[in-house]
Design a protein around this ligand. Structure first.
Ligand SMILES: [Zn+2]
Length: 253
Protein backbone atom coordinates (compact mmCIF):
# COMPACT_ATOMS: atom_id res chain seq x y z
CA UNK A 1 0.00 0.00 0.00
CA UNK A 2 1.43 3.42 -0.83
CA UNK A 3 1.19 6.25 1.67
CA UNK A 4 -1.62 8.08 -0.12
CA UNK A 5 -3.72 4.93 0.02
CA UNK A 6 -2.94 4.69 3.74
CA UNK A 7 -4.20 8.24 4.27
CA UNK A 8 -7.42 7.59 2.36
CA UNK A 9 -8.11 4.33 4.19
CA UNK A 10 -7.27 5.87 7.56
CA UNK A 11 -9.68 8.77 6.99
CA UNK A 12 -12.35 6.36 5.87
CA UNK A 13 -11.81 4.13 8.92
CA UNK A 14 -12.18 7.19 11.17
CA UNK A 15 -15.38 8.23 9.35
CA UNK A 16 -16.67 4.65 9.82
CA UNK A 17 -15.80 4.95 13.55
CA UNK A 18 -13.38 2.03 13.25
CA UNK A 19 -10.78 3.61 15.53
CA UNK A 20 -8.82 0.41 15.89
CA UNK A 21 -8.17 0.23 12.15
CA UNK A 22 -7.64 4.01 11.89
CA UNK A 23 -4.95 3.81 14.58
CA UNK A 24 -3.23 0.86 12.86
CA UNK A 25 -3.07 2.81 9.60
CA UNK A 26 -1.91 5.94 11.41
CA UNK A 27 0.96 3.98 12.95
CA UNK A 28 1.76 2.59 9.53
CA UNK A 29 2.02 6.16 8.25
CA UNK A 30 4.46 6.90 11.08
CA UNK A 31 6.95 4.55 9.40
CA UNK A 32 7.88 7.46 7.13
CA UNK A 33 9.46 9.06 10.19
CA UNK A 34 11.23 5.80 11.05
CA UNK A 35 13.30 6.30 7.89
CA UNK A 36 15.20 8.98 9.84
CA UNK A 37 17.03 6.19 11.67
CA UNK A 38 18.89 5.31 8.47
CA UNK A 39 20.01 8.84 7.71
CA UNK A 40 23.10 10.60 8.96
CA UNK A 41 22.14 12.90 11.78
CA UNK A 42 23.95 15.81 10.11
CA UNK A 43 22.31 15.38 6.72
CA UNK A 44 19.72 18.13 7.18
CA UNK A 45 18.63 18.10 3.59
CA UNK A 46 17.59 14.45 3.62
CA UNK A 47 16.09 14.76 7.08
CA UNK A 48 13.98 17.71 6.06
CA UNK A 49 12.79 15.85 3.00
CA UNK A 50 11.48 13.08 5.24
CA UNK A 51 9.67 15.51 7.55
CA UNK A 52 8.15 17.18 4.53
CA UNK A 53 7.02 13.89 3.10
CA UNK A 54 5.40 12.97 6.42
CA UNK A 55 3.78 16.38 6.71
CA UNK A 56 2.39 16.16 3.17
CA UNK A 57 0.30 13.22 4.35
CA UNK A 58 -0.60 14.26 7.90
CA UNK A 59 -1.78 17.71 6.77
CA UNK A 60 -4.59 15.96 4.92
CA UNK A 61 -6.19 15.17 8.28
CA UNK A 62 -8.40 17.61 10.16
CA UNK A 63 -7.56 18.40 13.80
CA UNK A 64 -10.59 16.42 14.85
CA UNK A 65 -9.36 13.35 12.96
CA UNK A 66 -5.85 13.67 14.37
CA UNK A 67 -7.04 14.04 17.97
CA UNK A 68 -9.64 11.30 17.64
CA UNK A 69 -7.17 8.82 16.24
CA UNK A 70 -4.19 9.64 18.47
CA UNK A 71 -6.34 9.73 21.64
CA UNK A 72 -7.36 6.20 20.83
CA UNK A 73 -3.70 5.27 20.43
CA UNK A 74 -2.82 6.83 23.78
CA UNK A 75 -5.62 5.00 25.52
CA UNK A 76 -4.53 1.76 23.93
CA UNK A 77 -0.96 2.26 25.10
CA UNK A 78 -2.23 3.10 28.57
CA UNK A 79 -4.37 -0.05 28.72
CA UNK A 80 -1.41 -2.16 27.66
CA UNK A 81 0.70 -0.58 30.40
CA UNK A 82 -2.01 -1.28 32.98
CA UNK A 83 -2.27 -4.85 31.77
CA UNK A 84 1.48 -5.35 32.07
CA UNK A 85 1.46 -3.95 35.59
CA UNK A 86 -1.50 -6.10 36.66
CA UNK A 87 0.11 -9.16 35.13
CA UNK A 88 3.30 -8.44 37.04
CA UNK A 89 1.35 -8.53 40.28
CA UNK A 90 -0.67 -11.60 39.35
CA UNK A 91 2.54 -13.44 38.49
CA UNK A 92 3.68 -12.93 42.08
CA UNK A 93 0.32 -13.85 43.61
CA UNK A 94 -0.40 -17.15 45.30
CA UNK A 95 -3.67 -19.08 45.47
CA UNK A 96 -5.39 -19.97 48.71
CA UNK A 97 -5.57 -23.53 47.48
CA UNK A 98 -1.78 -23.64 47.21
CA UNK A 99 -1.47 -22.25 50.72
CA UNK A 100 -3.94 -24.66 52.32
CA UNK A 101 -4.23 -27.67 49.94
CA UNK A 102 -7.91 -27.59 50.88
CA UNK A 103 -10.09 -28.36 47.82
CA UNK A 104 -12.92 -26.19 49.07
CA UNK A 105 -10.57 -23.24 49.02
CA UNK A 106 -10.82 -23.24 45.21
CA UNK A 107 -14.22 -21.62 45.67
CA UNK A 108 -12.61 -18.74 47.53
CA UNK A 109 -9.95 -18.48 44.81
CA UNK A 110 -12.80 -18.19 42.29
CA UNK A 111 -14.19 -15.32 44.32
CA UNK A 112 -10.77 -13.60 44.45
CA UNK A 113 -10.53 -13.92 40.68
CA UNK A 114 -13.97 -12.51 40.12
CA UNK A 115 -13.58 -9.74 42.69
CA UNK A 116 -10.12 -8.79 41.39
CA UNK A 117 -8.28 -9.29 44.62
CA UNK A 118 -5.18 -11.44 44.90
CA UNK A 119 -2.91 -12.72 47.66
CA UNK A 120 0.75 -11.71 47.84
CA UNK A 121 3.46 -12.91 50.17
CA UNK A 122 4.56 -10.23 52.62
CA UNK A 123 7.66 -8.35 51.47
CA UNK A 124 9.50 -8.55 54.75
CA UNK A 125 7.59 -10.76 57.21
CA UNK A 126 7.97 -14.51 57.33
CA UNK A 127 4.68 -16.46 56.87
CA UNK A 128 2.64 -13.30 56.42
CA UNK A 129 0.52 -12.30 53.44
CA UNK A 130 -1.21 -9.30 51.96
CA UNK A 131 -4.45 -8.88 50.05
CA UNK A 132 -4.00 -6.77 46.93
CA UNK A 133 -6.91 -5.00 45.24
CA UNK A 134 -6.19 -4.97 41.50
CA UNK A 135 -8.91 -2.41 40.79
CA UNK A 136 -7.70 0.28 43.16
CA UNK A 137 -4.05 -0.85 43.16
CA UNK A 138 -3.93 -0.91 46.93
CA UNK A 139 -2.94 -3.32 49.62
CA UNK A 140 -6.08 -3.89 51.67
CA UNK A 141 -6.16 -2.75 55.30
CA UNK A 142 -2.79 -1.05 54.95
CA UNK A 143 -3.37 1.02 58.07
CA UNK A 144 -3.24 -2.16 60.14
CA UNK A 145 0.24 -3.68 60.36
CA UNK A 146 1.01 -2.41 56.81
CA UNK A 147 -1.53 -4.85 55.47
CA UNK A 148 0.39 -7.88 56.74
CA UNK A 149 -1.84 -10.76 57.83
CA UNK A 150 -1.44 -14.34 58.87
CA UNK A 151 -2.94 -16.94 56.55
CA UNK A 152 -5.95 -17.37 58.85
CA UNK A 153 -6.50 -13.62 58.91
CA UNK A 154 -6.35 -13.50 55.10
CA UNK A 155 -8.94 -16.27 54.77
CA UNK A 156 -11.14 -14.66 57.44
CA UNK A 157 -11.04 -11.36 55.55
CA UNK A 158 -11.69 -12.84 52.09
CA UNK A 159 -14.44 -15.24 53.10
CA UNK A 160 -16.10 -12.42 55.05
CA UNK A 161 -16.12 -10.25 51.94
CA UNK A 162 -17.32 -13.14 49.75
CA UNK A 163 -20.25 -14.02 52.03
CA UNK A 164 -21.30 -10.38 52.42
CA UNK A 165 -21.06 -9.93 48.67
CA UNK A 166 -23.13 -13.01 47.86
CA UNK A 167 -25.81 -12.28 50.41
CA UNK A 168 -26.16 -8.52 49.87
CA UNK A 169 -24.81 -7.41 46.53
CA UNK A 170 -24.92 -10.20 43.98
CA UNK A 171 -28.00 -11.08 41.93
CA UNK A 172 -27.67 -14.80 42.18
CA UNK A 173 -31.29 -15.71 41.48
CA UNK A 174 -30.61 -15.24 37.81
CA UNK A 175 -27.77 -17.73 37.67
CA UNK A 176 -29.02 -20.67 39.64
CA UNK A 177 -27.26 -23.93 38.91
CA UNK A 178 -25.82 -26.83 40.87
CA UNK A 179 -22.35 -25.26 40.87
CA UNK A 180 -23.73 -22.23 42.70
CA UNK A 181 -24.93 -24.50 45.52
CA UNK A 182 -21.55 -26.13 45.79
CA UNK A 183 -19.88 -22.72 45.79
CA UNK A 184 -22.12 -21.47 48.61
CA UNK A 185 -21.67 -24.62 50.66
CA UNK A 186 -17.90 -24.34 50.29
CA UNK A 187 -17.97 -20.71 51.38
CA UNK A 188 -20.07 -21.71 54.36
CA UNK A 189 -17.66 -24.48 55.39
CA UNK A 190 -14.66 -22.18 55.01
CA UNK A 191 -16.39 -19.43 57.01
CA UNK A 192 -17.23 -21.88 59.74
CA UNK A 193 -13.70 -23.22 59.92
CA UNK A 194 -11.67 -20.04 59.51
CA UNK A 195 -13.53 -17.03 60.80
CA UNK A 196 -11.90 -15.53 63.83
CA UNK A 197 -14.04 -14.12 66.62
CA UNK A 198 -17.75 -14.31 67.32
CA UNK A 199 -19.60 -14.78 64.07
CA UNK A 200 -22.38 -17.13 65.17
CA UNK A 201 -25.22 -14.87 64.11
CA UNK A 202 -23.57 -13.98 60.82
CA UNK A 203 -22.99 -17.66 60.04
CA UNK A 204 -26.56 -18.52 60.96
CA UNK A 205 -27.80 -15.84 58.60
CA UNK A 206 -25.65 -17.17 55.79
CA UNK A 207 -26.93 -20.71 56.45
CA UNK A 208 -30.48 -19.36 56.22
CA UNK A 209 -29.63 -17.54 52.99
CA UNK A 210 -28.34 -20.76 51.41
CA UNK A 211 -31.38 -22.74 52.53
CA UNK A 212 -33.80 -20.09 51.23
CA UNK A 213 -31.89 -19.99 47.98
CA UNK A 214 -32.23 -23.74 47.61
CA UNK A 215 -35.99 -23.49 48.23
CA UNK A 216 -36.34 -20.92 45.45
CA UNK A 217 -34.22 -23.10 43.17
CA UNK A 218 -36.42 -26.13 43.85
CA UNK A 219 -39.46 -24.23 42.56
CA UNK A 220 -37.57 -23.19 39.47
CA UNK A 221 -36.85 -26.82 38.61
CA UNK A 222 -40.54 -27.69 38.32
CA UNK A 223 -42.25 -27.65 34.90
CA UNK A 224 -45.02 -25.03 34.94
CA UNK A 225 -47.36 -27.28 32.95
CA UNK A 226 -47.01 -30.83 34.21
CA UNK A 227 -45.29 -30.14 37.54
CA UNK A 228 -42.56 -32.71 36.97
CA UNK A 229 -38.89 -31.98 37.62
CA UNK A 230 -36.99 -30.71 34.59
CA UNK A 231 -33.32 -30.65 33.61
CA UNK A 232 -32.44 -27.02 34.24
CA UNK A 233 -33.45 -24.04 36.37
CA UNK A 234 -33.97 -21.52 33.57
CA UNK A 235 -36.72 -22.82 31.27
CA UNK A 236 -40.39 -22.75 32.24
CA UNK A 237 -41.40 -26.09 30.67
CA UNK A 238 -39.92 -29.56 30.56
CA UNK A 239 -38.77 -30.78 27.12
CA UNK A 240 -41.94 -32.79 26.55
CA UNK A 241 -44.32 -29.94 27.46
CA UNK A 242 -42.26 -27.49 25.43
CA UNK A 243 -42.59 -29.66 22.32
CA UNK A 244 -46.38 -29.75 22.82
CA UNK A 245 -46.52 -26.04 23.52
CA UNK A 246 -44.63 -25.31 20.31
CA UNK A 247 -47.13 -27.40 18.29
CA UNK A 248 -50.03 -25.63 19.99
CA UNK A 249 -48.82 -22.10 19.21
CA UNK A 250 -47.36 -23.13 15.85
CA UNK A 251 -43.68 -22.30 16.42
CA UNK A 252 -41.19 -23.86 14.01
CA UNK A 253 -37.75 -24.92 15.23
ZN1 LIG B 1 -43.82 -30.66 31.75
Amino acid sequence: MNYQELVDKCKKAYADKDLKLAWQLWEELGKIIDKLDEIDIKDDEKRNAIFEEYHSYTKQFTDEEVFGITDYGKQKAYREMEFERTRGILDKSISLYDLTKDDKMKSLDDFLNFYEWCILKSDDKENMYMIYDLQTNEIKDYDENNGNKTLDEVIDRVVGRAVDYETNESENDEYIDDETFEYFENLYDIAKKYTIGDYDLWLKQFRQFIDDFKEVAKDKKICLVCGREKEDYQSAYCDKCWEEEKKRIGVED
